[in-house]
Design a protein around this ligand. Sequence first.
Ligand SMILES: [Zn+2]
Length: 158
Amino acid sequence: MPIPPIETIKWFSLLLAALLLTSFGTTFPNRLNQYRSPRPHNGVRLFNECLARSQLAFFNYFLAIAITAPLQNHPNTKMFLLPIAVMSAFFYMGSIAASVELDVRLREFHGCPVQGTSAGACAHTVGIWEFTKMSYRYVFSTLLLTILAIYFAFVAGS
Ligand SMILES: [Zn+2]
């Protein structure tokens, strides 16, 4: 496999660092909160919250490429960067709005007593189908942004 150009590697590294940082920024406070007052189904909720917050990192990423990458060979592609950055911001807002309602969804799915209970008091295990129903919108939007991010990393390097 040929090694991608240095510019592409640079953008990949930036994206990876931003994603790791947002994941850490979501997971670390969650660890402390879980220790103090545990919530049931923390795994699936944290997974979706990490995906939701990562979309802000994509916003930064696309904005940074739009501002700093010259893309002389791709003047038409460059025009798409700002709309895509705006789309990332909308995805972020939509996902965050949806993620604060995850407990409502859990209640719909299996009558989960999410609020007002202590120490993960729900005995129900979230199965693969329930997990899919809860996560598909986050996975889909994050996947779309990831594909676009990889595409633009290669465009910036060519
Ligand atoms: Zn439950």
